[in-house]
Design a protein around this ligand. Structure first.
Ligand code: DQA
Length: 155
């Protein structure tokens, strides 16, 4: 297990891309009624129970998201959960940042992107992700966190 964070504690970063700050009120038929704050609070509670450090970050700006991913390497983050939102389908820059830092990550989508418009079927992230979760709503983040807690790099 890499567990290279401070004092040997595993460190997990949750990154959310554009418009996910509007969760709870945004297109609830696709994204549900949970706010991002509520989702992050559940993740923080679970991480605390597991004795793992968890940081969360949301931005609507591609450059800020790239900076935050770069920062993750300096912070010795062990695992990333990322919902790149619309940047899933457009951002070579975010993909390159994740490839550059080399931190294993799971790609999370609340909605089932494959049941939606064809442009959402393409992702710049899936082929370099450890795995993807799509269509399980807010629960998808919690399931991805459970995976991250168990991840040892030998899967
Ligand atoms: C999303 C799916 C994307 O296609 C969309 O642009 C989003 C959210 C999801 O969580 O289902 O903003 O990533």
């Amino acid at each position: 297990m890499s567990q290279s964070g401070m004092a040997g504690t595993k460190s997990i970063l949750v990154i959310n891309g554009p418009n996910l700050n509007l969760l709870g009120s945004r297109e609830t038929e696709f994204y549900g009624r949970d706010t991002l704050e509520a989702i992050n609070a559940r993740l923080a509670k679970r991480a605390a129970e597991a004795g793992v450090r968890l940081a969360t970050y949301q931005s609507n700006s591609e450059s800020d998201l790239v900076e935050r991913i770069q920062q993750a390497r300096r912070d010795k983050v062990d695992f990333i959960l990322v919902n790149p939102a619309a940047y899933t389908h457009t951002s070579v820059a975010m993909r390159d940042a994740l490839a550059a830092v080399g931190i294993p990550f799971v790609e999370v989508h609340l909605s089932n992107v494959f049941a939606r418009e064809p442009f959402r079927h393409e992702s710049y992230f899936s082929d370099i992700a450890v795995g993807t979760v799509s269509g399980l709503g807010a629960k998808g983040y919690e399931l991805a966190l459970e995976f991250a807690l168990q991840y040892s790099g030998k899967e």
